[in-house]
Design a protein around this ligand. Structure first.
Ligand SMILES: Cc1ncc(COP(=O)(O)O)c(C=O)c1O
Length: 449
């Protein structure tokens, strides 16, 4: 049985009407990536206000790994909402916050003693990771990467790479931020050596390592285009941090909680970061983010230095505890790998047919295809990417793009999607390429691990 059911053109009349109300009530800076207004969601599907049922291949931009409205999560939210909604953990604490911190300390890579505290968003986690690293080292500088995305608050914008639309007109940004090239195996065969060398060069010519508090890295770049760095780069990075006493912060906001087929993406590289930031899929869509790190580092800021009114809200903690239960038995990680396999098999077949598919990459259920104008020069096929995702939406599959040039189609499907749903969605994507891309080619080169 098919999942997709379209009763109207997409967007339908009710979505169009709400879209025009949105235009008058909400600033245009808040984008509307798909023109479809949602009425309900379940598993891997979204139903819009016109009654159209879509396959959700973007999962709330990576927040819905455990599926929409999982009954156990919804029940935990209801129970907590009836008990109490808010106290402020810093004033009147509650057990669920502590229990969640204990669970995440256990789940995060590394055997040593850890601490976790909670904030409201990925950007806020980034802010706090940097605050703590500076406090621990007594150093000012932060090293981050080209094509990185870390959020929209001022420090998070400062370490984010892409100017437009995220930073344009919002400067000046935070001082003491240095950016180096992220290793991209699709575009650079010497990616590891060049990126590690860029860091060493930065220490030699721009800022001494003794002034660097932290290196902040996404273990797989999210908004940057699902770029998977080579394993040797990550071990080289860890070694550099150890050599110079620099705190290594892994931003797992998008990669965390089984998205890549492991609880955290760092595990693919055998990487144990000093601080790990997680958010998005931690609580199945409830706003929550975690800052987890080595006890010695996390305990450096004194009492009152960390926290916030809503951080670790009891309803979000209840949702997170119920969500973690779903991750902890290993089945969603297994499903993530299976979903990734289905995607790669189909996408590699397309790569043999369509010249525009330059690269197929990713880890587990975090997969992407990069569209290029031709395979030699690899110039980004931005317009085509837009057309393909538009076609998919009009035929019942919601997808979002990424990449500095918006030429990467990314898969962040809820990990509860069935094989049949995966193939149904991929059939739509294949039809989009058939309609829009055309050109036949012979070779298939994937840079996926
Ligand atoms: C890697 C990464 N870090 C940080 C953020 C910011 O998270 P939030 O939007 O919750 O502030 C994002 C959001 O997409 C992200 O992908």
């Amino acid at each position: 049985m098919k999942t997709i059911s379209l009763l109207t053109d997409v967007p339908g009349p009710k979505s169009i009407e709400l879209g025009s109300r949105k235009q008058k009530a909400v600033p245009r800076g808040v984008p509307q990536i798909t023109p479809v207004f949602v009425r309900s969601a379940s598993g891997a599907t979204l139903t819009d206000v016109d009654g159209n049922v879509f396959l959700d291949f973007y999962g709330g931009i990576g927040c819905i790994n455990a599926g929409h409205t999982q009954p156990a999560v919804v029940e935990a939210i209801k129970q907590q909402a009836e008990a109490f909604l808010h106290t402020c953990f810093m004033v009147a604490p509650y057990e669920s916050y502590v229990a969640l911190a204990e669970r995440i300390n256990k789940l995060a890579p590394g055997d040593g003693e850890k601490r976790t505290f909670f904030v409201n968003s990925g950007a806020e986690a980034v802010e706090n990771g940097i605050k703590i690293a500076r406090s621990y080292t007594g150093r000012p500088a932060i090293l981050c990467f080209d094509d990185a995305y870390h959020g929209r608050t001022y420090m998070a914008m400062s370490v984010t790479a892409k100017e437009k639309p995220y930073k344009h007109g919002f400067g000046p940004f935070s001082q003491d931020v240095y950016r180096v090239v992220y290793p991209n195996p699709y575009r650079n065969v010497n990616a590891t050596a060049e990126s590690l060398q860029a860091i060493e060069d930065t220490f030699r010519h721009r800022i001494p390592a003794s002034q660097v508090a932290a290196i902040l890295i996404e273990p797989v770049q999210g908004e940057g285009g699902f770029i998977v760095p080579p394993i040797e780069f990550m071990s080289g990075l860890r070694a550099l941090c150890d050599k110079y006493g620099i705190v290594l912060i892994a931003d797992e906001v998008q990669t965390g909680y089984c998205r890549t087929g492991r609880p955290f993406a760092c595990e693919h590289f055998g990487l144990v970061p000093d601080i790990l930031l997680s958010a998005k899929s931690i609580a199945s869509g409830m706003p929550l983010a975690a800052v987890t790190g080595r006890a010695e580092i996390m305990d450096q800021p004194g009492p009152g230095a960390l926290g916030g009114t809503f951080g670790g809200n009891p309803v979000s903690c209840a949702a997170a505890l119920a969500t973690l239960k779903l991750y902890e038995d290993g089945s969603l990680c297994a499903r993530s790998k299976a979903i990734g396999k289905i995607f790669v098999e189909r996408a590699c077949q397309w790569q043999q047919r369509f010249e525009c598919i330059g690269d197929v990459r990713g880890l587990g259920g975090m997969r992407a295809i990069e569209l290029v104008l031709d395979r030699k020069q690899k110039l980004p096929a931005t317009d085509l990417t837009k057309q393909v995702t538009r076609y998919a939406m009009e035929h019942g599959v919601l997808l979002v793009t990424s990449g500095t040039y918006s030429n990467v189609i990314r898969l962040l499907v809820p990990l509860v999607a069935t094989d049949a749903q995966m193939h149904e969605g991929l059939d739509v994507l294949e039809a989009a390429f058939e309609a829009l891309a055309g050109k036949e080619v012979q070779q298939c080169a994937t840079s996926a691990h």
